[in-house]
Write a protein that binds this ligand. Structure first.
Ligand code: ATP
Length: 280
């Protein structure tokens, strides 16, 4: 049995169907990426899983517990890093974590707060006001806060939005470390590179539906590991997928237009399945 089981999940807001019949299983200990463009339904899925919103229909279980009927039990085993930064800017890092620890009845919290700050490399900022931290540091503090009750599952909603490439990579190391401890990590992202770099498996969502689910490697291999980009002269690009470098080169030699050969990525998978791009 997977640690998370979702069967035919649906959620509609007024006229918008945010999640439209989602079915998937997340295995224990994996980093599971939910990838898709803005509005694909990723955040809504995370909100349902973290008991912040109620689905219209379908089944959603975490460790066999129902997200609607057993949400107090679920809240004890999950940690959530929301998309919007909800730290208290007028309090220090330590104070933010202390309030959270007390709300969640974390035992021996002083030691755990210091450990948490150490893990995210913010121990020296213990007494610093949140308003004085960089965006990357605040994101790390949000992770430290979510980790305080030592959750089995950590949900990260767009963890690296707004962070530069270097800080993003530091954050990836931190996330890998959390999974290495045996925890399950579910992250949403619309960054292709992030989904590929971190996820053991990726669910690609579009318009509330699951359109592909597998390891990044298998998703790309199925499509073709090499892409020839053909510049059409009118600003348009045509993409041709090939399973071997040799085939790609042979095709490129026969093209009259300017071509580029590169390895395929999850964006190519998305384009092939939907005709659209993920990253805006
Ligand atoms: P993003 O990457 O922009 O966060 P997402 O894939 O996480 O997108 P959701 O935030 O789940 O997508 O939104 C899915 C759809 O549901 C969107 O069309 C969105 O406008 C709509 N939606 C989400 N929350 C609400 C709400 N509280 N009220 C009305 N519509 C909503």
């Amino acid at each position: 049995m997977g640690i998370i089981e979702i069967i035919d999940l649906k959620k509609t807001y007024e006229r918008v169907t945010a999640v439209d019949g989602l079915t998937l299983t997340v295995e224990r200990g994996e980093i599971f990426g939910l990838l898709g463009p803005n509005g694909a339904g990723k955040t809504t899925t995370i909100k349902i899983l973290s008991c912040l919103t109620v689905p219209d229909s379908g089944i959603c279980r975490i460790e066999g517990l129902d997200v609607v009927k057993e949400r107090y039990a679920i809240k004890r085993i999950i940690g959530v890093v929301p998309q919007e930064n909800n730290l208290d800017r007028e309090l220090t890092c330590y104070e933010n974590l202390k309030i959270y620890a007390m709300l969640h009845r974390v035992e021996d919290y002083e030691r755990k707060i210091l450990n948490s700050l150490k893990t995210v490399e913010l121990l020296d900022k213990k007494g610093t006001l949140v308003s004085k931290l960089s965006g990357g540091m605040q994101r790390r503090l949000l992770i430290a806060r979510a980790m305080l009750p030592s959750p089995k599952i950590l949900f990260l909603d767009e963890p690296s939005v707004g962070l530069d490439a270097h800080v993003r990579r530091q954050l990836w190391e931190l996330i890998r470390g959390i999974a290495w401890e045996g925890r399950t990590v579910i992250l949403t992202t619309h960054y292709i590179e992030e989904a590929e770099a971190l996820s053991n498996r990726v669910a690609i969502m579009n318009k509330g539906r699951l359109i592909a689910l597998d390891t990044p490697f298998r998703l790309k291999r199925e499509l073709g590991a090499y892409v020839v980009e053909e510049q059409m002269g009118n600003g348009k690009v045509r993409y041709h997928m090939f399973h071997s470098k040799g085939e790609a080169h042979e095709f490129a030699r026969g093209c009259a237009c300017q071509v580029t050969i590169r390895e395929s990525n999850l964006e190519d998978v998305f384009i092939r399945l939907t005709g659209e791009r993920i990253e805006s």
